[in-house]
Design a protein around this ligand. Sequence first.
Ligand code: U5P
Length: 238
Amino acid sequence: MKKEQLLYEGKAKRLYQTDQKDVLWIEYKDSATAFNGEKKETIAGKGVLNNLITSLLFEKLKAEGIESHFIKKISDHEQLVKAVEIIPIEVVVRSTVAGTLAKRIGLDEGTKLPKTIVEWYYKDDDLGDPLINEDHIEVLGLASAEELTLLKEKGLQVNEVMTAFFKEIGLDLIDFKLEFGRDENGQVLLADEISPDTCRLWDSKTGEKMDKDVFRRNLGSLTEAYEKVLNRLGGVKS
Ligand code: U5P
C-alpha cells in the first residue's frame, strides 16, 4: 500500500489517499485542541497513544459484531481505513452527566442518568458544532430519517459494549462522541476515532479523570492519563 496525496488535515489527524481507491491512510498527530480550537498545544506522544487506543477499541468492537472503517494499524501512529464520506453529525452518547450537559440542564457532573441520552451536534467549526435536533438535520439534509435511526441504534450498541469493556478494567464510561460515514455503496459505517480524546473515562474507584478533560481543565499530564488507559486495555507503547 502506498501513501499518496494529503486529502484533509484536521485538528488531530491527517488523511491521505492511497493507491487503492477505497482505502485511506490516517496519521495521528501530536496536537491537542479544545473549545473549538481556542486552546491548542503540541503534546509529544499523544498521536501514538490515540492511534493505539483507537485501534484496540475498533478491534474489540469488531469482535462484538460492530463494524467500523478500521482496517488495520500499520505503525504506532498510522492506520488504514475504508474510505467513507463522513456524515457531518457528531453523535454523543451519555450515561452520566458531565461537560456541556451539566451546563445545559443544570444537573451536577457525575449524576447517573436514568436513561442513556443520545444527542446530535452539527459538525461545523465555523458554527462551533451546535447541538441540533432531527428537524434541523432534515432541513440541512445531513442524513435521512433511516440513517438517524441507525446512528442512534449503533450509538447505543457501542455504549453497551464499551461500558462493559471499560468496567472490566476499572473505568467508568461517562460519555463519548462517535462519527459515521457512508461507503461507496451508501452503507453507514462507524468511522473517525474512539479514544480518550472522544470519550470521558473516570477511574471507577477514585473518580480520577483519564480523558481529554485533563487537558481541557489543566488537571495534569494528558499522556500519563492516556498511557494508563492504554495499559489497562492491554496495550503497550513501543
Ligand atoms: N466530544 C468530542 N468532540 C467534540 C465535542 C465533544 O469528542 O467536538 C466528546 C467529549 O470528549 C465527551 C462527549 O466525551 O463528546 C460530550 O462532550 P461535551 O458536549 O460534554 O463537551
